[in-house]
Design a protein around this ligand. Structure first.
Ligand SMILES: Cc1cc2nc3c(=O)[nH]c(=O)nc-3n(C[C@H](O)[C@H](O)[C@H](O)COP(=O)(O)OP(=O)(O)OC[C@H]3O[C@@H](n4cnc5c(N)ncnc54)[C@H](O)[C@@H]3O)c2cc1C
Ligand code: SF4
Ligand code: SF4
Ligand code: SF4
Length: 383
């Protein structure tokens, strides 16, 4: 039976919850806003299926295919501009839906919580399009996917590498009709912090939110903005200046498992990995018009066949992955633990205002970096 002793050892993928034959696992949210399994011991029959499918206890095997990597963008400029990088997810989703399949990915619900859903209409792809920088809830989705697969439907599942690993572990066998797409993942921020942030914005604007875009490209792909549409007004700020994004990128409120992620590396469980092609202006300037370029890594024969079939809808060039990773270390290594993380959550739970807290904790990190830099310059001068 699963027992979480150290929060780092649970990525919140919901595989245990989905497999339990007695349905005696509930996912409980802690005081940081992240969910963990909780077992009703009176109902548990000690079958150990939950441990067997936990991708942290037993990591599913990566494919042995020799990886191929590309710089890519969708020829459809409208879709590309609505997507976070080159709009490749939308091409895969269109293909699957046109072949009567189902696509599973992350959307906002009516309260702007992020969760995974199934779609099978082309007009719904826009709901999944675009990165949402909050952990997405899987809930019962793995069971729905299994049922679709058993009914011979083509299925595309997209998510973080740990969600893809959780799904593959839950399924316990390989399905030819399943396409797995993961992203290069910096880490996922706390849903509690996200909800507090949008509540503070709603109070400031005294209006309800109609839509949120984490990766608005009107200021460019590289200098993307976060944008909120309210009933009447709009709030837009460069990603690096917005207070929520600052806290995210300073790693103050990521899920504990993200600081020691088990799913980093070039080899993956997925068929295709999608990322922002940061550094494209140095590696392949002709593919950079600041409208968004994806780095695509193909990990399986199935992924390659699909990629080749869609290639006429893309502008693409094969690239050297080791060169690309130099600009995108999240592919292979976890972010460093932020020493102030605990104090941040203690203060947040004591009722302090979120934006003040993020300002306080990102300032401390910046000051520390400046101090370290000065120290190293002095040391060099003394030597
Ligand atoms: C939390 C997070 C961290 C990321 N960190 C990095 C990084 O460090 N480096 C990097 O190069 N790229 C990162 N990405 C990936 C990148 O932002 C793009 O999602 C990717 O390049 C795909 O872009 P696209 O244009 O093909 O499609 P898009 O339409 O932009 O892709 C959307 C896809 O992402 C999925 N998705 C969106 N939000 C979530 C979520 N919260 N959880 C699970 N799946 C989600 C959707 O289901 C959809 O399939 C991150 C994405 C997320 C969500
Ligand atoms: S051991 Fe079996 S019954 Fe008990 S919680 Fe795990 S999956 Fe459920
Ligand atoms: S299966 Fe997923 S949610 Fe369950 S304990 Fe393991 S990592 Fe956590
Ligand atoms: S960093 Fe790792 S553990 Fe965290 S969400 Fe991404 S894949 Fe999962």
């Amino acid at each position: 039976m699963i027992e979480i002793k150290d929060k780092e050892d649970c990525c919140g993928c919901y595989a245990c919850y989905n497999i339990c034959p007695k349905q005696c696992i509930t996912m409980k949210t802690d005081n940081e806003g992240f969910w963990y399994p909780n077992i009703d011991k009176n109902e548990c029959i000690n079958c150990n299926l939950c441990e067997k499918v936990c991708p942290i206890i037993t990591k599913p095997k990566n494919s042995l295919y020799e990886e191929k990597s590309y710089a890519v963008f969708n020829k459809n400029e409208k879709i590309r501009l609505e997507s976070s990088s080159g709009g490749i997810f939308s091409l895969l989703a269109e293909y699957v839906i046109n072949n009567h399949g189902s696509v599973y990915g992350a959307v906002f619900d009516e309260d702007f919580n992020v969760k995974h859903i199934k779609i099978n209409k082309l007009e719904d792809i826009k709901l999944l399009r675009g990165s949402k920088y909050v952990q997405s809830k899987i809930e019962d989705v793995f069971k729905f996917i299994k049922s679709d697969l058993k009914n011979d439907k083509l299925v595309l599942f997209t998510g973080t590498p740990c969600q893809v690993a959780g799904l593959q572990s839950f399924l316990q066998e390989k399905y030819n009709n399943l396409i797995l797409m993961d992203i290069v993942c910096h880490g996922v921020p706390s849903p509690l912090v996200w909800q507090q942030y949008i509540n503070e914005l709603k109070q400031n604007y005294k209006q309800d939110i109609k839509n949120v875009y984490f990766r608005d490209k009107s200021t460019g792909w590289k200098t993307y903005s976060i944008k909120f549409l309210f009933d009447k007004d709009e709030y837009k700020n460069i990603g690096l200046k917005d207070i929520y994004m600052k806290g995210f990128l300073n790693d103050i409120y990521l899920r504990p498992s993200c600081y020691n992620c088990n799913f980093k590396g070039i080899e993956r469980i997925s068929d295709i990995t999608v990322a922002d092609f940061w550094g494209i202006e140095n590696i392949l300037p002709k593919m950079d018009d600041d409208k968004g370029t994806s780095l695509i890594v193909v990990h399986s024969e199935k992924g390659k066949q699909l990629f080749d079939e869609l290639s006429e809808k893309m502008i693409l060039n094969e690239v050297n992955l080791n060169e690309a990773i130099k600009y995108n270390p999240s592919m292979i290594k976890s972010v460093k633990y932020n020493e102030k993380r605990n104090s941040f959550f203690v203060e947040l739970n004591s009722g302090k205002e979120l934006t003040d807290l993020i300002r306080k904790y990102t300032k401390i990190r910046f000051e520390k970096r400046v101090k370290n830099k000065i120290k190293s310059i002095i040391n060099k001068l003394i030597r």
